[in-house]
Write a protein that binds this ligand. Structure first.
Ligand code: ZN
Length: 322
């Protein structure tokens, strides 16, 4: 048996990455976009561009200085096309298309977004030269202020003044799983593998977790139980709760959380079989809708002999319930 290397173990784990656009890169991208606009609209000698507020306006100004045949117009109705810095979900661009029947061209596009110069993974955070971190932070706080107002609150009353900043800080902490260095973690986990010749089942029970339901952005909490039958290695018991934390501290659904924990441990330990059982209470059920206060949702993920052999599975469930 070979133990997977850190890179192969971490390749199955996705993470947030920040891409900081340099002034030089911005220049190059704008030149490329200017050239492409002429290819996309070959009949126009002069192309009238309108930047989608706010960042698109900055891109438009850059484009005009890169190519004098591109003219910035401030009325969207007068434009031949729209320009933007990045296409995230495509929602804004669709809105502009529906309203004016004109396409948007952008420097960056997430995922398979079209009409852009560079495509980046959907989880990539792209930071442009005109966005300082404080500025971005301030804008994010404004979202929370608007949310408070939407709920009917007076966001300016003293007790709420620091709430937007506190809210963002708490959310960053609760979603820390995105920024945990998965590569480092995988290496750390591999270092905690011990050779073994025992063949009994190992069960780590009652690992508490706190996660966030991605449908309602509300918590779900509960316990994870992990059992595995070692093949040649066991893993340090303290590492399993760390893996649980890494995946729980993100936006999740319980089924995926269980699957990710199961896959991550199986990937590194390569056991004969593994089972992950999660019991979760979901605040989106407790606090709203059905309001059944004692409802817990149980999900299980089984691999190897745990999936194939009923007696092994039975033993696992029995050890978890005792
Ligand atoms: Zn929910």
């Amino acid at each position: 048996m070979t133990i997977r290397t850190a890179t192969s173990a971490s390749s199955s784990l996705e993470t947030h990455k920040r891409h900081v656009v340099s002034a030089q890169e911005l220049q190059t991208l704008c030149e490329e976009l200017a050239e492409r606009l002429h290819q996309w609209m070959p009949l126009n000698q002069i192309i009238r561009i309108h930047g989608i507020p706010k960042s698109g306006s900055i891109v438009a100004a850059h484009l005009q200085s890169a190519d004098p045949r591109l003219i910035v117009v401030y009325d969207p109705k007068e434009a031949d096309c729209f320009v933007d810095d990045i296409v995230d979900t495509g929602r804004t661009q669709q809105l502009y298309f529906d309203r004016y029947q004109k396409k948007t061209y952008a420097l960056f596009g997430k995922g398979a977004a079209q009409n852009c110069i560079r495509n980046v993974p959907p989880t990539q955070w792209v930071e442009f030269p005109w966005e300082s971190q404080e500025q971005t932070n301030k804008e994010h706080q404004d979202f929370v202020v608007r949310l408070l107002e939407e709920l009917g609150e007076d966001a300016s009353r003293p007790a709420l003044l620091d709430t937007p900043a506190r809210f963002l800080k708490a959310w960053r902490e609760m979603t820390r799983g995105y920024t945990m260095d998965v590569k480092l973690k995988a290496m750390e986990i591999e270092e905690s593998l011990f050779p073994t010749d025992t063949h009994g089942m190992i069960v780590v029970r009652d690992i508490e977790f706190h996660s966030l339901c991605e449908h309602h952005l509300l918590p779900f909490v509960g316990k994870v139980h992990v059992g595995y039958l070692p093949y040649k290695h066991t893993i340090g018991h303290s590492k399993i709760p760390r893996i649980v934390e890494m995946y729980a501290s993100r936006l999740q659904v319980q089924e995926r959380l269980g699957q990710q924990i199961c896959d991550a441990i199986a990937d590194v330990v390569q056991p004969k079989g593994i089972g992950v059982l999660i019991e979760g209470s979901h605040f989106c059920m407790l606090m709203r809708g059905v309001k059944k206060e004692h409802t817990t949702i149980t999900t299980s993920h089984l691999k190897g002999v745990f999936a194939e052999d009923a007696r092994t599975r039975q033993e696992f469930l029995q050890l978890v319930r005792n």
